[in-house]
Structure formats: structure tokens, C-alpha cells
Write a protein that binds this ligand. Structure first.
Ligand code: F6P
Length: 320
């Protein structure tokens, strides 16, 4: 029977990590578990930066973006020495299981750690990129999409008024999910994503033909993993002789109050992660798929997630 668990957030922060921490702590305590909070992700395990969390330690965080536990990317945890020190912290503090709140990089690390040291690890899928395989919607994605969409709606006002072409860069290192979703919801004219070969001739052809029939303003969304807004805008200007403007939304998409969707997922999945540890489950990531909480083994969760782009893309172009 487990008595003490620890929770940590690792990788890029995502809005909704705080409600997930709140859920793990309060639900864990309700199940008579002691819950420790590890600070700064894997770094905190390596350097024994952890402390007990009480019901009150997580008061008032449900609506806050970021993570009260801090987070980061930790190269040291990829080393034998770093992993050994993390394991020593776990033994010394009598921790029976870990809740790892993060994305696929965090789960790859947790999987390695579990294989080597047999420490029960359950993942809570949180990443704005929505790139955890087997999970439809990660914590933070809905908030990031809405933040980007709000910006795009504002850009639309000036683009229409001044009849301009905008190239808007959104986050997504390896995934075009945010880009595709906001392009459709924002009525954007085109979208450039890492999962699809870029055909700038086709983009420019559409712009020029649009202009001939009086369509003078364009918003082209580009996922950061598919290219830089500046470069794409320059090439469009070179090919069409039309003026362009660029906006890079960047880290603004990682912050802000989590939406109701991000919070609901976080609160439900946080609780489920504690239940899994109590039930003796390990080496799995939890998240939402087809409206239900699913358990995906880490090995599957860290595989490249297929983004179903064709229908999405067709609809974006049909509705332009
Ligand atoms: O968390 C995912 C993500 O936001 C990616 O979309 C982006 O490429 C990356 O993190 C940025 O990481 P950092 O904050 O370390 O620059």
C-alpha cells in the first residue's frame, strides 16, 4: 500500500498545470496519502528540493497559469549520475510513486527512470502543443488556442481595414495543432505546418487571384516548426510584390488563466493519476480521448502523434 507520493511539473509550462497540482494534492490527501511537491521538475528530484504540500498549499491557484512548483528542461536527468541522485532523493524521502505533469519529453524521461529504478510513475498530459500520442486534448492546449485566436481576431481588424497580408507565427515546434485549429476558428486564409510540405507558389497564387476578385486582406498562420514568419513574409513579398506584416505570438500562448476546458481536464486527470498510483499502475500517461480519461503506456505516448490534417486543411481552404 502506498503512503507517500510526490508531484512535479516538467518541460514547458502549460496553463492548467496549477489546477492539476491542486487536484493531485487535495485528492491525494483525501485518500490519506502524504503528498510532496518537487520544485523545478527533475532538477528538484536530483537536488532534493521538495516539501510536503498541505490542503492549504494549493489554495487560490486554480485560476493561475504557469506552475507553482516551477518547471524546466533538465539535461542532467538524462545522465546516469543525475538519475541516481534523483532515485536517492526518492528513497531518502520514502516516496512510493511520482505524478509527472508534462508533455512527451517528460514522459520519455519518466519511462527511462521507471525502467532503471522501478519507481512507479504516472504522467498527466500537459503541453500546449497537444502532441502526446493517444491523447486527444492535453492540459493547456485549449487555453493556448484561445489566446492565439484572440490575437488573430484582433489582427483581422487591422488586416481588413488596411487591406494587408499578415503572417502570424504561433507555437508548435513539431506540431501544427495550434496553427491548424486557430486557422480554422479564426477564418484564416492559409496555414503552414510542419506536417505538410510548404508550397509557397500555391499560397502566392491564391493571394494574387484573390486580389483580382477584390479579396485584399489575408492572414496566413505558420507553426514555428514550419518556418519563421519573417522569412515567409519576405518570400511572399518577393513573389507577389505585395506588402506584408508579421506577428510572432510566442510565449504569450503559454501564459494566462486556464480556460474551463483546461481546468476540467486538469482536475479530472490529476485525480485519476492518484487513483492509478493507489491501484499499483505505473509507466502510463493519462489524458482525455473521445471524452474519456484514458491510460496510455509511456512507450506509446511518446511516439510521434499523427495529426489528421487533410479534412482540416480542406475546410480552411474551402471556407476562405
Ligand atoms: O511547450 C511546448 C513549446 O511551447 C513549444 O511549442 C515551443 O517550441 C517550446 O515549448 C519553447 O520552449 P522554451 O520555452 O524552452 O523556449
Amino acid at each position: 500500500m502506498i503512503k507517500k507520493i510526490a508531484v512535479l511539473t516538467t518541460g514547458g509550462d502549460a496553463p492548467g498545470m496549477n489546477p492539476a497540482i491542486r487536484s493531485v494534492v487535495r485528492y491525494g490527501i483525501s485518500q490519506k496519502l502524504e503528498v510532496m511537491g518537487v520544485f523545478r521538475g527533475w532538477w528538484g528530484l536530483i537536488n532534493e528540493e521538495l516539501k510536503p504540500l498541505s490542503h492549504r498549499s494549493v489554495s487560490g491557484i486554480i485560476g493561475q497559469g504557469g506552475t507553482i512548483l516551477k518547471t524546466g528542461r533538465c539535461a542532467e536527468f538524462k545522465t546516469e549520475e543525475g538519475q541516481k541522485r534523483a532515485y536517492e532523493t526518492i528513497k531518502k524521502n520514502n516516496i512510493d510513486g511520482l505524478v509527472v505533469i508534462g508533455g512527451n519529453g517528460s514522459f520519455a524521461a519518466a519511462h527511462e527512470f521507471y525502467k532503471k529504478f522501478n519507481v512507479p510513475c504516472v504522467g498527466v498530459a500537459a503541453s500546449i502543443d497537444n502532441d502526446v500520442n493517444g491523447i486527444d486534448y492535453t492540459i493547456g492546449t485549449d487555453t493556448a488556442v484561445n489566446t492565439a485566436l484572440d490575437a488573430i481576431d484582433k489582427i483581422r481588424d487591422t488586416a481588413t481595414s488596411m487591406e494587408r497580408i499578415f503572417v502570424v507565427e504561433v507555437m508548435g515546434r513539431d506540431s501544427g495543432f495550434i496553427a491548424l485549429t486557430v486557422a480554422l476558428a479564426g477564418g484564416c486564409e492559409d496555414v503552414i505546418i510542419p506536417e505538410r510540405d510548404l508550397d509557397l507558389n500555391a499560397v502566392c497564387h491564391d493571394i494574387v487571384h484573390g486580389n483580382l476578385v477584390g479579396k485584399m486582406s489575408w492572414i496566413i498562420v505558420v507553426a514555428e516548426g514550419a518556418g519563421k514568419a519573417e522569412d515567409i513574409a519576405r518570400q511572399i513579398t518577393d513573389m507577389t510584390s505585395l506588402e506584408t506584416r508579421t506577428v510572432v505570438l510566442g510565449h504569450v500562448q503559454r501564459g494566462g488563466r486556464p480556460t474551463a476546458v483546461s481546468r476540467d481536464i486538469a482536475l479530472n486527470v490529476g485525480k485519476a493519476a492518484v487513483d492509478c498510483l493507489i491501484a499499483g499502475k505505473t509507466d502510463i500517461a493519462l489524458g482525455l480521448a473521445a471524452g474519456k480519461i484514458v491510460e496510455v503506456d509511456f512507450e506509446t505516448a511518446i511516439k510521434k502523434k499523427e495529426l489528421k490534417i487533410d479534412n482540416f486543411y480542406k475546410l480552411i481552404k474551402t471556407l476562405t
